[in-house]
Design a protein. Structure first.
Length: 193
């Protein structure tokens, strides 16, 4: 037998086509799994929303697909973006809407949110005029201020001991929500704004 030919345990010679047969049969599956792992480690993020703090935009028990790359060149999101971020105070990944940007003064009056003295257009909220808070906030440089869309049922920056989240803790911009439970405010697959 020539040195480069291999014999399996039983001592029979493998035909040249069966040596490549493994790759022909399983190669596409291996490459596909590798690509999916890279996509969901580097580009996309899967996360689960266990609470109703973002109702009705994102129902409780919704699967989110988020894009991890939009803040690579500029880590500061836009006001109104819905993002996932790590909360050091709560020790977990959260999803909320960006309300305050670095340098913003945030105040509340008559159930409405004001940014630098101007009423914030929050047409995405299920109900207007229900945002309650007696404090005011001045967002430091390099940080953002988050609130949930369910203003009467969200544990958000208005109530945290550390209300400002560093832009370094932002993980991804939410793109798609998948909601399938019968009690959810909506069911199906939606692009999240």
């Amino acid at each position: 037998m020539e040195e480069h030919e291999k014999r399996p345990v039983g001592g029979k010679r493998l035909a040249p086509e069966s040596r490549g047969g493994f790759w022909n049969n399983w190669g596409y599956l291996i490459v596909t799994v590798a690509v999916i792992v890279v996509l969901f480690k580097v580009i996309f993020q899967l996360s689960w929303v266990p609470s109703g703090s973002m109702e009705t935009t994102i129902p409780e028990d919704t699967l989110l697909i988020s894009w991890q790359l939009p803040y690579m060149s500029d880590p500061t999101p836009q006001r109104g973006d819905i993002v996932t971020f790590w909360s050091d105070e709560l020790g977990k990944l959260l999803v909320k809407r960006v309300v305050g940007l670095p340098g913003d003064e945030i105040t509340f009056q008559d159930g409405y949110t004001y940014i630098n003295g101007e009423m914030l257009d929050e047409s995405y909220l299920p109900r207007q005029g229900i945002t309650q808070c007696s404090a005011s906030f001045l967002v430091p440089e390099g940080c953002v201020f988050f609130m949930g869309d369910n203003r009467t049922g969200s544990n958000d920056a208005r109530f945290w001991k550390q209300p400002y989240i560093s832009v370094d803790n932002i993980r991804a911009k939410v793109m798609v929500g998948i909601s399938v439970l019968p009690d959810n405010s909506w069911r199906g697959v939606r692009v999240i704004h």
